[in-house]
Write a protein that binds this ligand. Structure first.
Ligand SMILES: [Zn+2]
Length: 215
């Protein structure tokens, strides 16, 4: 069984009309495999190494690096982990070898008994979510920017303004992941508990967006 440790909470704040300060949530999964999800900006290598050291984890013992999508704040330190398979959005590789996986057909990538990687396009067309079943039998979804932060459930402008290449799909996948998960680690905010109220609200928004598209 696996465990999930958020090494750094992501954040994003507008600081001027066309400037924003942001970094992503960086998360460690331990258990069957050591996995790091979203490696922040290229300037954060020391921070990541320090955090891993606190858990007694050497970069060489990371088996998978997952970047939920290819934006610069989610891939910055992938090259600290050269023994790991790299999954960046829908792309799976090790060194110069690429492994075809049909994420685009909706198929999940199974890492082990307690970790799977699901295609959840929307923010970009090739976003993925890491779904972990912990030893307390809870499901934790590490979603990248499928969810910007908890506040974006009440105020969808937050995730829309953060950029969405396909809002209709994103809305559907937000609802799907909320139905599967007890906790969400969003791309740019602290981990939060998924309540029935959140699930209901996302289902309604998803229905609205779909009927809007049809209309
Ligand atoms: Zn991001």
């Amino acid at each position: 069984m696996s465990e999930v440790f958020v090494l750094y909470d992501g954040f994003s704040t507008m600081c001027a009309k066309d400037e924003m300060v942001a970094n992503c949530s960086c998360t460690l999964v331990t258990g069957g495999h050591n996995i790091i999800v979203d490696t922040m900006t290229a300037w954060d290598s020391e921070k990541i190494l320090r955090a891993l050291q606190n858990y007694g984890i050497a970069p060489s013992s990371i088996s998978y690096v997952v970047s939920t999508h290819g934006h610069s704040d989610h891939i910055g330190n992938n090259n600290l982990f050269l023994q790991a398979k790299h999954i960046v959005g829908f792309s799976v590789s090790f060194r110069d070898k690429y492994y075809m996986h049909p994420f685009d057909k909706g198929e999940k990538f199974i890492v082990n008994d307690s970790v799977e990687i699901l295609p959840t396009p929307g923010h970009t067309l090739s976003d993925v979510t890491v779904l972990v079943r912990t030893k307390n039998s809870e499901s934790i979804a590490i979603t990248g920017d499928l969810f910007e932060n908890m506040e974006d459930i009440g105020n969808p402008n937050i995730w829309l303004e953060a950029g969405s290449e396909d809002p209709v799909q994103q809305m559907k996948n937000r609802s799907k992941i909320a139905d599967l998960a007890d906790w969400i680690v969003p791309g740019h905010g602290p981990k939060f508990k998924v309540t029935e109220q959140i699930r209901k609200s996302l289902r309604e928004q998803s229905g609205d967006t779909c009927s809007m598209k049809k209309g």
